[in-house]
Design a protein around this ligand. Structure first.
Ligand SMILES: Cc1cc2nc3c(=O)[nH]c(=O)nc-3n(C[C@H](O)[C@H](O)[C@H](O)COP(=O)(O)O)c2cc1C
Length: 510
């Protein structure tokens, strides 16, 4: 497949968020709200909503924004133009594509059609709403781009900005991340760190931002889009950003470090995080398209499977598991991170065991190298995307004293409330595969409705003289569509030496 795509002016809308949303219109994936709403109405409408929501008339300014866009595997698959079960594999394929950039100047970059600076660069003019009841203030989630002074490479992530005023926001920067390390180094040198936050871009750009890889992460956007990336330099710093985004908020994290109290936030595991000390972001410019589509991101609540965070986390987790298994398992068949767990707390893997011990090797690998807390490995006949099939496998193929691996004293997400403050916790691996010695046992095959395929014979006696047969084969042998006459016939054959073998097949003793 040729991954190169010719680029012209029209391509500046190809990966536009608005184009993606327009494309959802007839898919049943979009909840369009044209009624006049306040910012205070939005959170409740998005909570537990299976669709992306397009608000087209918010507040006195009649603002327009979309939310929950990334909160389904179907929508993420649409962004990557592949089947929902294959998104992580498609990402793996695209990661090998060489990045390309098209540098645009301000006049031709859609995201700089409107430029706001000074007093006009006002965060409180943007449609940022209160997401959860106990949040410290309204916040937005945005894709950030930073140039690491140590390497000259661009780093990107997804971060939340809690409003502190017209030109300031706190940035949640407590979890280990490359940006945290870059910022702490800048702060230790007494330097500000220029940063650009992109609001409203293609879903792929968001997937890209959640990855932590030691490459230039602007290039990652190009690779994952499988297309040259149009970029433009910010007005108030040297950072290059996707020129086809909806909006960019330029500014810097000041040099004072973790000095201001921020939060609480509804967090990505479905609980609140406490008040934390965080750095402060100062706005230097806001640029946007002439008709920008603002984007909000769902983070928490009681339906984690229907949040943007969980769905992005799940995808990142699956990709990491595929990568980790590559050197140790010959034939992984499928990987799925159930989003309801928060996206990366649990993972299911189906694999075809070639050697005894491969399933346990896979479990140790996953628990050791990926931030997964509970890992399940099954044989390929189990559909790991089905909760019903997984419950069946857990109920029938698992003995806790032999098939459970527990790894303790390891690092977990500090936001995991079951740690109750402990710095380390435990992970578990569930081996739900059959022992290799059990392979081929007919009792372990799954009962299915009879199909009555089989050779025809002149009579039941003739069929039995040919060899042992199951009841189904005897019905097929004489073309029976009922079966009860076979019971009667077998009854008469008992005096002629009718017997059963250990699979219950009938045969005639010689
Ligand atoms: C919707 C969403 C919001 C996120 N918000 C934050 C955040 O506020 N702070 C943070 O440190 N990580 C946050 N993350 C996780 C980071 O984006 C992720 O760990 C990323 O890989 C970090 O990138 P970096 O290590 O290249 O800096 C969020 C992830 C998602 C999907």
């Amino acid at each position: 497949m040729d991954d190169r795509i010719t680029t012209g002016r029209n391509d500046l809308d190809r990966f536009r968020l608005r184009t993606f949303i327009d494309g959802l219109t007839d898919s049943g994936e979009l909840d369009i709200r044209d009624d006049r709403l306040d910012l205070a109405d939005l959170a409740d409408i998005m909570q537990g909503n299976e669709k992306a929501v397009w608000f087209r008339n918010v507040g006195d300014e009649r603002m327009e924004l979309v939310g929950n866009v990334l909160a389904s595997r179907t929508r993420l698959a649409r962004a990557f133009d592949c089947e929902p079960r294959k998104v992580a594999l498609e990402m793996q394929r695209r990661l090998r594509i060489k990045p390309e950039f098209i540098d645009l100047d301000r006049a031709s970059a859609p995201v700089q059609e409107v430029v706001l600076q000074g007093a006009d660069a006002d965060l409180t003019k943007l449609p940022v709403h209160l997401q959860h009841a106990a949040d410290g203030a309204p916040y937005m989630a945005a894709v950030d781009y930073v140039i690491d002074p140590a390497t000259g490479m661009t780093n990107s992530g997804f971060r939340r900005l809690m409003l502190r005023g017209r030109h300031e926001a706190g940035v949640d920067l407590n979890a280990p991340s490359d940006l945290r390390a870059i910022y702490m180094a800048a702060s230790a040198r007494g330097e500000k760190l220029p940063i650009a936050f992109v609001i409203g871009s293609h879903p792929i750009d968001h997937v890209s931002a959640t990855m932590r890889v030691p490459v230039d992460e602007l290039g990652l956007v190009s690779s994952l889009r499988a297309a040259p990336l149009p970029v433009v330099k910010c007005l108030t710093c040297d950072i290059r950003v996707p020129a086809d985004a909806e909006m960019v908020i330029e500014g810097y994290l000041d040099e004072r470090g973790y000095v201001e109290k921020e939060g609480p936030y509804g967090e990505y595991l479905g609980y609140y995080g406490g008040v934390k000390m965080n750095p402060v972001f100062h706005v230097t410019a806001i640029t946007h398209r002439a008709d920008p589509l603002f984007m909000t991101t769902t983070i928490s609540g009681n339906r984690m499977d229907l949040t943007d965070t969980s769905n992005l986390e799940a995808l990142r987790c699956e990709l990491n598991v595929w990568e980790a298994l590559k050197p140790v398992v010959r034939e992984p068949v499928a990987v799925f991170a159930p989003v309801a767990s928060g996206g990366s707390m649990s993972v299911r893997v189906a694999l075809k065991q070639r050697f005894p011990g491969e399933a346990r090797t896979a479990l140790y690998t996953i628990l050791g190298s990926v931030g997964v807390k509970n890992a399940f490995v099954v044989d390929p006949d189990i559909d790991i995307f089905s909760d019903q099939q997984m419950e069946w496998a857990l109920g029938t193929r698992f003995q806790a004293d032999k098939d459970l691996i527990i790894v303790s004293g390891v690092r977990l997400s500090p936001l995991d409330p079951s740690l109750h403050g402990s710095p380390v916790g435990a992970k578990a691996g569930y081996d739900l595969t059959w022992p290799m010695a059990a392979a081929g046992k007919w009792e372990l095959s799954t009962p299915t409705p009879p199909t009555y395929a089989g050779a025809k014979f002149a009579s039941i006696r003739a069929a039995l003289e040919h060899g042992p047969k199951r009841f189904e084969a005897l019905m097929a042998a004489v073309g029976s569509r009922d079966g009860r006459e076979i019971v009667r016939e077998l009854d008469t054959l008992r005096d002629s030496g009718l017997e059963r073998d250990d699979q219950g097949r009938y045969f005639l003793k010689a």
